[in-house]
Design a protein around this ligand. Structure first.
Ligand SMILES: [Zn+2]
Length: 246
């Protein structure tokens, strides 16, 4: 009886997901997984627009306003592109458009990583290497986008390595930040993204793995958004200018 129960629960568990993708192919989610993918990021679109508007509202200086535009736009793009791709994937139609949005879904992650570093590199003093780091991060992001477009779903391990290099390595400069407030939130957000990668790679192993990855992205983003609003935007004078005057 116990064995019967075990077999039936395993069976139900497996019905929630499909087998792992073959080499060079994308995983095909089950219908419930598709729905979870759409809802987890679709539900973030309106809040991300409001989050952007809030940043624009509290921005006090020209630089803060610029940051609000770049980071806010990246937030909205991340969730909108993701939701559009997953909706198209669920529809099973519009193959060309779906492919475009699948590439865009991967590419927007690079933009989002660069946009997450930008507010700190713009408004904080890193001992004079802010501009160089900004160039480096955005050039890496452009390379990532070109990679996504050229080798879409071909070298999946390399894709993860690239995300981790671009996402994690520049974080080393955080230790150069003269004013360290916000560093804990930055690291908490970063760790959340990295842990989420485990689920990003677990399609067909853990049911709803991709939707769980979406939730990790959401939580990591909330840490970073909170930190930007608390420590960078809303002050009458930008920190980087205070330090320069001192
Ligand atoms: Zn997704």
């Amino acid at each position: 009886m116990k064995t019967m129960k075990r077999i039936s629960s395993q069976y139900d568990f497996k019905r929630l997901m499909n087998p792992r993708a073959k080499k060079g192919e994308a995983y095909v989610p089950t219908d419930v997984e598709h729905m979870a993918n759409i809802i987890t990021h679709g539900g973030c679109i309106v809040p991300s627009i409001l989050a952007m508007l809030w940043m624009l509202y509290i921005a006090q200086t020209r630089l803060q306003f610029l940051i609000a535009v770049v980071y806010g736009w990246a937030l909205v793009a991340l969730f909108s592109v993701s939701c559009t791709f997953h909706t198209l994937a669920f529809s099973g139609r519009f193959h060309k458009l779906r492919h475009f949005f699948h590439v865009a879904d991967r590419a927007v992650i690079y933009i989002f990583i660069a946009s997450s570093y930008s507010p700190w590199l713009t408004l904080r003093d890193f001992g004079g290497i802010e501009d160089e780091m900004m160039w480096l991060i955005w050039i890496m992001a452009v390379c990532g986008i070109i990679y996504s477009y050229t080798f879409h779903e071909k070298y999946k391990v390399l894709e993860i390595v690239l995300y981790l290099i671009i996402g994690v390595c520049p974080a080393a400069v955080a230790f150069l930040m003269r004013e360290p407030s916000g560093i804990y939130e930055l690291f908490l957000g970063g760790i959340t993204f990295v842990l989420g990668v485990v689920f990003f790679k677990s399609d067909g192993v853990i049911p709803f793995a991709h939707a769980i990855w979406h939730l990790f992205v959401l939580v990591g983003t909330m840490f970073h958004y909170y930190a930007i609003n608390l420590y960078l935007i809303g002050q009458e004078v930008d920190e980087i200018n205070i330090n320069k005057e001192a």
